[in-house]
Design a protein around this ligand. Structure first.
Ligand code: PBG
Length: 341
């Protein structure tokens, strides 16, 4: 029997050798931590479908973000749960809304933290859709309501501006309206906020992985006459990869500074192609359903949570993500910095 000519195992013998040839790194600064903020004080509501995740009042949010900062997390993304919802999502663009309040508190109390904000209407509209509902003229009369693209754009732009005015470092539109990056860029520039970058949720798919988030953000579409029951009329079809590249291309052309693919793990083929094709910083969003699946299996003792989390996030990096948005950010940062809980 001949000896093998090639022995990749030689470089795997010890941890020192393995780390010498490791191609991908994962560090706390690669993580972005999504957090949910709501009115009140001393509020810490557990999210049932996301163990370890809470809806937080601003005071609790500040404490939580301080802990994340100590573990090495350097950026958060905020989602607001407003006091009041209406068809126009009025609180989304209020200067004294819950997200602007949270931004101001974080900028004052944790100044080293990059504060991103999710820009979308679904948490603020009483119907739970990501924009203004109106019957489409296409296909003749009697159609069900649709999220009207062009009626929604100015509201998203106002929302982004309210966040920028409050001190947001980065605004991140997640609504999937056509032309929103350009609309937000123009609004920000017109008000003197030309230095605020846009992280575009460029390729966001209408899948089944956002269920737990909609519990956390209280943003599921409501049932009602004519109200679309899902977001398939604006988020992407999970079957499409060419269209994902087209979506990214458009957002880059409109002036996005960073681009995102969402969800992460089932869509790592998209992450890889986006990274190869475009030179902007690329993010992958490890979404609520992905988080919940790891939690559920770990709670049953079926997987080693810490190892699965680090492997998952590393694989997102290997696929080409510069940044990974994850509810595990604090936990993973603690593991990575040796400050395990
Ligand atoms: C807002 C938004 C959603 C998520 C991020 N921004 C919900 C949705 O599109 O229904 C989902 C994040 C997650 O599931 O973790 N549009």
């Amino acid at each position: 029997m001949p000896f093998p000519q090639h022995r990749p195992r030689r470089m795997r013998r010890t941890e020192a050798l393995r780390s010498l040839v490791r191609e991908t790194t994962l560090a706390p600064q690669h993580l972005v931590w999504p957090l949910f903020v709501l009115p009140g004080t001393k509020v810490r509501n557990p999210v049932k479908s996301m163990p370890g995740v809470f809806q937080l009042s601003v005071d609790e949010l500040v404490a939580e973000v301080q802990q994340g900062f100590e573990a090495g997390v350097r950026s958060v993304i905020l989602f607001g749960i407003p006091e009041h919802k209406d068809p126009q999502g009025t609180e989304a663009y209020a200067d004294d809304g819950i997200v602007p309040q949270a931004i101001r508190a974080l900028k004052e109390r944790v100044p080293g933290m990059v504060v991103m904000t999710d820009v979308c209407m679904c948490e603020y509209t009483d119907h739970g859709h990501c924009g203004i509902l109106k019957a489409s003229k296409a296909g003749g009369p009697g159609n069900e309501l649709q999220v009207d693209n062009d009626l929604t754009l100015p509201l998203l732009a106002k929302e982004a501006l309210a966040h920028a005015r409050a001190g947001a470092d980065i605004v991140a539109p997640s609504d999937m309206m056509d032309g929103r990056v350009a609309a937000i860029r123009a609004e920000l520039d017109g008000a003197g906020y030309q230095d605020v970058p846009i992280l575009s949720y460029a390729a966001k798919f209408a899948g089944a992985f956002y269920g737990p988030f909609r519990d956390a953000a209280e943003s599921a579409p409501v049932e009602g006459p004519g109200i679309p029951k899902d977001r398939k009329g604006y988020q992407m079809d999970p079957a499409n990869w060419r269209e994902a590249l087209r979506e990214v291309e458009l957002d880059v052309a409109e002036g996005a500074d960073m681009i995102m693919v969402k969800p992460a793990v089932p869509y790592l083929d998209i992450v890889r192609q986006v990274r190869d094709r475009f030179d902007l910083p690329t993010a992958a969003y490890h979404v609520s359903g992905e988080y919940a699946m790891i939690k559920a299996a770990a709670e049953r003792g079926w997987i080693d949570e810490d190892r699965v989390v680090l492997e998952t996030l590393l694989c997102c990096r290997r696929a080409g993500a510069d940044l990974v948005l994850t509810y595990y950010a604090k936990h993973a940062a603690q593991l990575l910095s040796g400050k395990k809980r």
